[in-house]
Write a protein that binds this ligand. Structure first.
Ligand SMILES: [Fe+2]
Ligand SMILES: [Fe+2]
Length: 474
């Protein structure tokens, strides 16, 4: 029977026992990680018992163990998906050659950079979310927040393992730096912009886990297609955990929308606010903001870096091995909207240079599916109001559209019109303070904040009123 291996300091399926040097390096990093967790992890709840899922192996169906645990005692382990026999490099100039089991010397620096950039997002989101439990709308939601937090911590472990195991001294230095940067800090910020934005309220948290964690899903998917086999196997297992984060985000926004629609129906004037809810139109502004920030994370539409990563076989497209027959991406083109002389026009870009945009396209399709489900929920609630994704050119700070202004429909507008109208599309100060005013902690079993609908079911077969988070005993 599967259980947690309490004998080992670092649960793993990478034979740490037989590699004493690596084990020592990781055991040295562990106290620094715990210091960071105690300092920057969920504020005020480190001594609570939380009903958490812990990864104990990667066997299908048997990898998770559920039970109450104090977060600092969570078993942050190192798990890679099983090695695929005779795996080949899926794409690029080396497609078909045996996958690398060691870091290829010529790609050492860019590979390290790719891993560090992914790794940096993991502790960053824990830092962004550290105050949220103070305003958790229910014990169920508080538990989900903590589950996401400990798993982002485990994702950091997964990436630090790669740095320690394959990149020598440089890798160990990078691993230390991952605990030194801080989300939103002016002097030592996190690497990517979305991971320096504050996460002050639960609507933001749900949008973040829906849209920004979903960027993570697509980046991990592209890295699961890497020719560097240990990275591929690490990312495959991280993806299984990521699915829960996306569930928290997608169902979270859906529950805000349902409640907003229900409360509007209850109100004489159809005003959800008068009943303590968040109007659907206000949720739309949060969607606009976080969708735009998240698609920035894919990088520039036209990118020589992206071409190099693909050509080297370090990063593939989403489902590269499964969904594509042709894996060099040479002599192919991607049609794209570009801006020339201040006007939008269409242009064919060499496919390798368009790989960021190709991945962004896969991501947007996935988001469209989510929005469809939200609109089904709104229909079930008997309202005509619908939500939508803004155009990919709207409110961009990175890439070829960043210097111009666009409406959510994708029409180019002047800077003056943008200034005059941005409050229609993005959260205003007044919107933010209204949402902030709704955020109050609810810790009574089975109770939930007014602005949020309860979930359809609880976690792991438990009821909604289960005691998912217990205060410290004694
Ligand atoms: Fe993660
Ligand atoms: Fe995540």
């Amino acid at each position: 029977m599967a259980g947690i291996d309490y004998a080992s300091l670092i649960p793993n399926n990478v034979n740490l026992d037989s590699d004493k040097k690596l084990q020592r390096a990781l055991e040295k990093w562990q106290p620094a990680f715990l210091d960071w967790w105690n300092q920057m992890g969920p504020e005020g709840f480190q001594a609570h018992d939380v009903y958490l899922r812990t990864a104990i192996s990667t066997e299908p169906g048997g990898w998770a163990h559920f039970g109450h645990v104090k977060m600092p005692d969570y078993r942050w382990g190192i798990f890679l998906d099983a090695q695929e026999p005779d795996r080949r490099i899926p794409c690029g100039d080396h497609a078909g050659e045996p996958a690398w089991q060691e870091v290829p010397g010529e790609y050492r620096n860019i590979l390290r950079r790719i891993i560090v950039t992914q790794a940096d997002t993991e502790p960053a989101s824990v830092e962004q979310q550290r105050w949220l439990a103070q305003t958790a709308p229910s014990l169920y939601d508080m538990r989900n927040l903590f589950q996401v937090n400990v798993e982002e911590g485990r994702h950091l472990w997964a990436m630090v393992y790669l740095l320690h195991a394959y990149f020598g001294k440089d890798g160990r230095d990078e691993a230390d730096d991952l605990l030194a940067r801080r989300a939103g800090d002016a002097d030592k910020p996190r690497i990517l912009d979305a991971f320096n934005q504050p996460c002050p309220d639960w609507l933001t948290f749900f949008c973040f886990t829906c849209f920004t964690d979903r960027d993570g899903k697509y980046q991990l998917g592209a890295l699961a297609e890497s020719g560097f086999d240990p990275l591929s196997r690490t990312c495959k297992f991280m993806l299984t955990e990521e699915a829960h984060h996306l569930f928290v985000g997608e169902t979270g926004v859906e529950r805000v929308l349902r409640r907003g629609a229900q409360l509007a129906k209850l109100d004489r004037n159809g005003d959800a606010r008068a009943q303590g809810g968040i109007p659907v139109a206000m949720v739309q502004k949060w969607i606009n903001y976080w969708f735009s920030y998240s698609i920035d994370l894919f990088g520039s539409e036209i990118s020589t870096n992206a071409a190099d990563f693909f050509g080297a076989g370090l990063k593939g497209r989403w489902a590269e091995s499964k969904d594509y027959d042709e894996h060099t991406a040479l002599d192919q083109w991607q049609r794209m909207q570009v801006i020339e002389a201040g006007k939008l026009t269409e242009k064919d870009i060499p496919l390798r240079n368009a790989m960021n945009e190709v991945l962004r396209g896969s991501y947007i399709k996935d988001c469209e599916r989510v929005v469809k489900r939200w609109n089904q929920a709104l229909e079930e609630e008997g309202t005509d109001v619908r939500v939508s994704l803004p155009d990919r050119k709207f409110f961009r700070r990175q890439g070829i559209y960043a210097d111009c202004h666009f409406t959510p429909h994708g029409d180019m507008i002047s800077a003056e019109e943008w200034q005059a109208r941005r409050g229609e599309w993005l959260p205003s100060e007044a919107d933010r303070s209204y949402v902030a005013s709704l955020m109050h902690q609810v810790t009574e079993r089975g109770k939930i904040a007014q602005w949020l609908a309860p979930p359809r079911k609880g976690i792991h077969g438990n009821a909604f009123d289960y005691e998912y988070v217990r205060p410290p005993q004694g």
